[in-house]
Design a protein around this ligand. Sequence first.
Ligand code: MD6
Ligand code: FE
Length: 214
Amino acid sequence: MFEKTAPLKALEPVPGTRIWPGLLSRQSQEALLATLRGQIVENPLYQPTMPKTGKPFSVSMTNFGDLGWVSDRTGYRYEELHPTTGRPWPPIPGGLQALWGTLTGYAAPPEACLVNYYGRHAKMGLHQDRDEKPLNAPVLSVSLGATAIFRLGGLERKGPTQSFKLASGDVMMLSGPSRLRFHGIDRVLPGTSTLLEKGGRINLTLRRVTDPDL
Ligand code: MD6
Ligand code: FE
């Protein structure tokens, strides 16, 4: 998934928030993309809706893994089946599972890999990732395609935030004291990557959902 020679050197703007710029080589990004494309017919992107309001997300989604994160009028939760096809999600690509092991050091494997696709005008509001049981397990994300402006806040919705660019091949982790920080994607910068021919951005987020019997 990443070169053995690649330095595993992360930026840590605040404790527990780590960014590995360009950790995945172009070749690894293309291989990961090919794996995603190979699954996208059986495991299509769909447009989730917001709890209560039923307003559609601007981001389309699918998942890999035993569990997938879904949102509809009922709320946010993890499900074993794709909401539109009724089929189980495909397994998490091996390279991503290995990346999780190397970077998180968490003793149990990830159970969910949320795939977010951002077209030109998509964004994601400030949120916490808190639908998972073990909050001592990090959340690890891989970005592909156009560069995004990632906003990182604190443990409360209000308060100061800082912004970072996440480019294709960058890996990000929220762990420890940053695990419940608010964060979101303000926008995707057009023309910043040639990985996806039609532009846009993909973010893959790996999570442990249930408590492992350690
Ligand atoms: C995105 N990422 O990059 C949205 N959450 O498109 C997330 O919401 C996220 O990147 C938790 C940990 C890392 C992330
Ligand atoms: Fe998140």
